[in-house]
Design a protein around this ligand. Sequence first.
Ligand code: PLP
Length: 425
Amino acid sequence: MDSILENLFSDRYSISQDIIDLSRKKEEELSDIFKQIEVVRDFNQLKVLSAMQKEGISDRHFAGSSGYGYDDIGRDAIDRVYASAFGAEDSLVRSQIVSGTHCLTVALFGLLRPGDELLAVTGKPYDTLDTVIGIRPGNGSLAEFGVNYSQVDLLPDGIPDYERIYDAVNEKTKVVLIQRSKGYCYRPAMSLENIAKVVDAVRSKRKDVIIFTDNCYGEFVDIKEPTQMGVDIMAGSLIKNPGGGLALSGGYIAGRKDLVDMCGERMTAPGIGKHVGASQGACRSILQGFYFAPHIVAESLKGAVFTAAMFESLGVECNPSSREKRSDIVQALKLGSPENLSLFCKAMQAAAPVDSYVVPEAWDMPGYDDKVIMAAGAFVQGSSIELSADGPMTPPYIAYMQGGLTYINVKLAAMTAACEYLRKN
Ligand SMILES: *Cc1c(COP(=O)(O)O)cnc(C)c1O
């Protein structure tokens, strides 16, 4: 049976026989890792299913509302389904949240007040938060509203510096920010165990600090979420993991009810909060996407593991390595030269279902010092639960890839990239 696929790889996609052989060997070696991913997937699938059954999800929840969206039963049911699956008291899931950055912004502005301090404890947060926090000047940043910022860097091995975190928490600290995913840093994603240790370090100094997690790319990678590890509130994007590739836009905030309410007041208006907002036609795809999310996350994880294994065999350093335990869906590959980074992204693009004919080129992007090359061939614009890869054109030329709605598509992309890599190196 395998030969049917192998013929297609060589005839249709011009993959060389040595890469086909290597990929067969790698898949055999990875079977135990794939099994572990499937166990997590099945556990999370049943968790989501149970949340939907408890809520009594039915066709009436898909209808949507218009205008103010009073009594929108679909919207309110989605909030409860997310909360239940994530072990949180409440949640705010909205298609009107335009991106992950917007979602984190709603949460930070919802929770922080003038004179408060925001303390990032996993190093500098994701790049797009620079202008939100005021690390770089941003019109309307937290800094402009008198919110101070401080930061504790990770130790060189990417582990939180628990002692310095303890020391940094002071009487002004209002929110502690943990970023789970590596984002665009070459470091391990924060494991749930380490998140729990950060919580302990913070709480042993002060019980009342709000611990907030940027959970982007982390959902359903493990059997629990940060809100089940002592974190008060977390946020993420629906065009990443929890949207399952079907949600067309949106973000979620989940956690303690009083805190989610504060975020709701910021998202709409003080006094109005999360009780309005027309879901229009979004409920069905948000719910169906959430239902698919554990499966889709598993597909993308298998794709990431396979890609790492292939490139490790070709001598490329990968983070995480193929056998390491994961806490996000991001795969970083240290490709070593601009040509390699470029060929990798081109192969990812060529393997995509959408815009496969487009050839990505490095370009100057606002907010970045170096040129950046990006590959994305997605049904939903900017969706990075779909196969995507990018990297700054600077040494050591790291590609960050994530997503893939089906494992076989990521496998094809990795084989194409490996084939090109072998040809050029
Ligand atoms: C993607 C991401 C964000 C920002 O999300 P956008 O949708 O790109 O605005 C923030 N933090 C982390 C860790 C992310 O992965």
